[in-house]
Ligand binder design. Sequence first.
Ligand code: ADP
Length: 254
Amino acid sequence: MQITIEHLTHTYMAGGPFEKKALDDVSLTVPNGQFLAIIGHTGSGKSTLIQHLNGLLKPTEGKITIGETDITEKNVKLKQIRSQVGLVFQYPEYQLFEETVFRDIAFGPKNMGLSEQEVKERVHEALHVVGLSEAMLEKSPFELSGGQKRRVAIACVLAMRPNVLILDEPTAGLDPMGRDEILFQIHSLFKRYNMTVILVSHSMEDVARFAKRIVVMDNGKIALDGTPAQVFRNVAYLEQIGLSVPQITKVMRA
Ligand code: ADP
């Protein structure tokens, strides 16, 4: 599904003394099946931007279209949007709350009103896709390692079979091995299902390896938009806005 963002502005606490324009006239089109990374320093507006894509936040100004649907319209069915656009939050493992992994992954599909049989199938499929074994299903999510919890949290979203998968800092807090595993898993998902993937990160290293396109946010605006090679050419600018260029680029330049 194509995502079209037109002149999106979002102001928190508008009119008050703490008013903050977190997004300022952002326009962006993400074609179906693209692997896009959004990077930027903390506070640049990344989370605010992606929370608009499944209707969690409403624009102060601007319009967002997902597929054929204008999701900023008043009567839009948010439940339907949320099953199409899956959002995996930062530290998603804090959203695991059921007694077993099975019940956590089943929660979304059940909510969609699917039959018991279909719910079961989706749970098994999602578990398989994130590379966890069936033996996990009856475990409590709290018994799992950090990386396993994160996979379960991603499976919870995948079980709804979204067309668009958005992940906010999916590797935050994981050790390097856990980080690589999650990133490879996301990339193989992307290739296998031809999903649109939006990966939010502040790590250039992470995004450089997988994304075909990188959007750099700074202070609520899109500062750069291009292929990794195009974006990384702007070393001085990136460093100026607090982003470090991947080691490999530094080596090549040297
Ligand atoms: P990022 O995801 O890039 O770290 P955010 O979208 O979280 O950036 O934040 C953008 C700006 O909006 C920051 O200045 C942040 O302090 C502010 N902000 C974020 N959420 C809120 C909120 N709920 N209320 C007020 N200000 C907020």
